[in-house]
Design a protein around this ligand. Structure first.
Ligand SMILES: CCCCCCCCCCCC(=O)SCCNC(=O)CCNC(=O)[C@H](O)C(C)(C)COP(=O)(O)OP(=O)(O)OC[C@H]1O[C@@H](n2cnc3c(N)ncnc32)[C@H](O)[C@@H]1OP(=O)(O)O
Length: 166
């Protein structure tokens, strides 16, 4: 029997880490994110940008920073609700982020009503803000992945390569 995709939830890895589906087989976060401390609605992370994610010389690609915020902003709410998706994500890039240098990220839950979550985080180095992130999260509908698979199955590829709903 195939696994129920809607049962999918982030669970601690063998070494106790919370990891996304892509990183779980590695038992390590490929973005360089580690939880340092978690209490109530606030989680502190130690983050090191791997050199392979550099954009400019010695500094992180903005996509790495956005992906880190997507992770940390989810983790702060995942501790309460394991079935979440990101609805929107806004990042402000204040200063370049160095590669291979630990930076701190503090993430918090600002608001939670029903399925709706508002979360925010700040990335700092020696107390100076490098970037901030803000996201809206949603508790997944019960059949989120099944609905997606059903929608995808209805899409047909036309001869010119474009998709059309059948
Ligand atoms: C240390 C490191 C740790 C690392 C630990 C690892 C952390 C990883 C965390 C990663 C988090 C992510 O990036 S999650 C991946 C990125 N996010 C996503 O894929 C979400 C994609 N967006 C959506 O599914 C939807 O827009 C929602 C669920 C966000 C919408 O929610 P909503 O705003 O409450 O609105 P809702 O009424 O539910 O739905 C709005 C419209 O979308 C349709 N809709 C909703 N869901 C679906 C669906 N599953 N499949 C098809 N259609 C859908 C509805 O029918 C409706 O259509 P109509 O009536 O308007 O026609």
């Amino acid at each position: 029997m195939s696994e129920d995709p809607d049962a999918s939830a982030i669970a601690p890895s063998p070494s106790g880490r919370l990891l996304c589906g892509g990183c779980a087989p590695h038992d390590a976060c490929r973005l360089g994110v580690e939880i340092a401390d978690a209490r109530d609605d606030v989680v502190r992370f130690e983050v090191v940008c791997p050199r392979s994610w550099h954009g400019g010389p010695g500094v992180a690609h903005g996509g790495w920073t956005a992906a880190v915020f997507d992770d940390v902003l989810s983790v702060v709410a995942l501790r309460v609700e394991p079935r979440l998706v990101t609805k929107s994500l806004a990042v402000s890039y204040l200063r370049p982020v160095p590669v291979e240098r630990p930076v701190q990220v503090l993430a918090r839950i600002d608001r939670h009503v029903g399925r709706q979550w508002e979360v925010s985080a700040e990335m700092t180095l020696a107390g100076t803000a490098l970037a901030t992130g803000r996201a809206e999260l949603r508790t997944r509908h019960p059949h989120h992945f099944a609905r997606h698979e059903a929608w995808l199955a209805r899409q047909t590829l036309s001869p010119n390569g474009s998709h059309a709903e059948s």
